[in-house]
Design a protein around this ligand. Structure first.
Ligand code: SF4
Ligand code: SF4
Length: 148
C-alpha cells in the first residue's frame, strides 16, 4: 500500500468540488486531512495523507490536477515528542514501514525516522499526540484541531 502526504492548492473556483469523495469513490483512495484552509471563492490549501495503490494515487492526483489543483509532495518530517510518549505501543501495530516498532526484550517503542514514509497514521492513533508532522521550522501539526 502506498501512503504519502501531499500539499494541495486549490484554485478559488473549485471550493465546491467534492474532491475527497471522488478520490474515495473513483480511485479507492483513503484520505486523511491533516490541515485544511478552504473558504468559498478563495484559493484553498489542504494537507492530505493519501493511501491506496500507487497507480490509484497517481491517477487520483492527475484527476485533481485536471481541475488546476497544484500538488506537491510534502517532505514531511514525522517526529516523536519523547516527553509525551508513554510507550503504550499502539502505534507499532499500524505503522506500515516498521519505523515504529517494539524492541525486545525490553518492549520499548523505538522510532526510526529513516524508515518513516510520512503516512501520518501514527499521528491520528497516538492517544497523547506524541507523533507530530513537522512542516518546517515554524510550525508543526498534531491531530489536535485537524479534520478527520
Ligand atoms: S501511540 Fe503514542 S504514546 Fe503510544 S507508543 Fe506510540 S508514540 Fe508513544
Ligand atoms: S512512523 Fe508514523 S508516519 Fe512514519 S511510517 Fe510509521 S505510521 Fe507512518
Amino acid at each position: 500500500m502506498y501512503t504519502r502526504i501531499y500539499i494541495l492548492r486549490f484554485p478559488k473556483d473549485t471550493s465546491e468540488q467534492p474532491f475527497i469523495y471522488q478520490l474515495v469513490k473513483q480511485y479507492d483512495i483513503e484520505s486523511n486531512i491533516l490541515k485544511a484552509d478552504i473558504l468559498p471563492h478563495r484559493e484553498g490549501m489542504m494537507i492530505l495523507g493519501l493511501k491506496g495503490s500507487k497507480s490509484n494515487v497517481k491517477a487520483g492526483l492527475e484527476y485533481l490536477q485536471g481541475f488546476g489543483v497544484r500538488v506537491e509532495r510534502l517532505a514531511a518530517g514525522i517526529r516523536r515528542d519523547d516527553e509525551k510518549c508513554f510507550q503504550c505501543g499502539a502505534c507499532t501495530g499500524i505503522c506500515p514501514s516498521g519505523a515504529l516498532a517494539l524492541h525486545r526484550p525490553d518492549m520499548a517503542v523505538i522510532f526510526d525516522p529513516d524508515k518513516c514514509t510520512g503516512c501520518s497514521q501514527c499521528v491520528t492513533i497516538c492517544p497523547v499526540r506524541a507523533m507530530e508532522v513537522s512542516l518546517g521550522q515554524n510550525w508543526a501539526l498534531t491531530d489536535g484541531g485537524m479534520s478527520a
